[in-house]
Design a protein around this ligand. Structure first.
Ligand code: PAF
Length: 297
């Protein structure tokens, strides 16, 4: 497994691989790798000849009060995990990736305003800008992102489409801990009593899925039941629980019809830092199919 730190060298390597007619599958990450990231590696492997992972804790997607300093950076363990999973190349630039002052931004407008965008101004602009830089550095054919960050995936798909990137943006399913909590590097930062309450998110998704399966279509009634389930985790502070249309993320209609995204963000106490919290997100697409939309048997 090759490890490259300079953008120019990565671009040369990408040109060579492309010149040989081989395809590149890219998995952009901020490190602290877990089984969720490794499932993205597997997905990239099924779509491309070479799998490249990028590891860069991108400062431009963290707000001033967010956990940039606390964000885990276990570089050696990350490289070991990549090697063991058969990754061909790791791109791990240092802070000079944004060298010389940075003035150019890529901003996907409306899609990034609600949900996480409302509470984290500038976050998605940081993500879309760094992913643009990574696409231009690694020149991938395919790039894989997790569906846990549903809004990020939607924004990156839209960016690739709007800017004519010749990159297939692929989503990979959420990977969960045995108790249902979605895998995230941030789970490690939770206070232990908060970690015990974190399954409230997946329980709320299950409740909503059951209600919709049993025929409930009222957006407000479903959200009321979701909020009641989340409230059972008394250490959690809900940032949002929303039903939205999955592609453009417009608010869902009063009566659901067709696929609808249920997206959640909840803050729990962190194990370190007086008053610090860890923000967990989760989501599920609910299939509110009306009788007229059902496939005839
Ligand atoms: O999902 C992440 O880990 C990050 O947002 C990404 C896509 C690697 C950009 O820094």
């Amino acid at each position: 497994m090759q490890v490259i730190e300079e953008t120019r060298r990565l671009q040369e390597r990408a040109d060579r691989v492309r010149g040989e007619g081989r395809t590149i599958g890219l998995v952009p990450t901020m490190g602290a790798l877990h089984e969720g990231h490794l499932s993205l590696v597997d997905a990239a492997r099924s779509k491309a000849d070479e799998v490249w992972v990028t590891i860069f804790v991108n400062p431009t997607q963290f707000g001033p009060d967010e956990d940039l300093d606390r964000y885990p950076r276990p570089r050696d363990a990350d490289l070991r995990l990549c090697r063991a999973r058969g990754v061909d190349l790791v791109f791990a630039p240092d802070a000079s990736f944004y060298a010389g002052g940075h003035e150019t931004w890529v901003d996907v407008a409306d899609l990034t305003r609600p949900l996480c965008g409302a509470g984290r101004p500038g976050h998605f602009r940081g993500v879309t800008t760094v992913v643009t830089k990574l696409f231009l550095a690694a020149k991938p054919h395919v790039a894989v992102f997790g569906e846990k960050d549903f809004q990020q995936l939607a924004a990156l798909r839209r960016m690739a489409r709007d800017l004519n990137f010749d990159v297939e943006v692929v989503g990979a399913p959420i990977v969960r801990e045995p108790d249902g909590v979605a895998l995230s590097s941030r789970n490690l930062l939770l206070r232990s009593d908060a970690r015990a309450q974190a399954p409230a998110l997946v329980r709320s998704l299950d409740v909503a899925e059951r209600l919709v399966r049993d025929g409930m279509r009222s957006r407000e009634e479903i959200l009321a039941r979701v909020r009641a389930e989340l409230a059972r985790a008394d250490l959690g502070c809900v940032e949002y629980a929303e039903l939205r249309e999955p592609e453009g993320l417009a608010p869902a209609p009063d009566l659901l019809s067709g696929p609808t995204l249920l997206a959640l963000a909840v803050h729990f106490p962190a194990s370190a830092g007086e008053g610090a919290t860890v923000r967990l997100i989760d989501n599920r697409v609910l299939y509110a199919t009306n009788p007229s939309q059902e496939t005839p048997r």
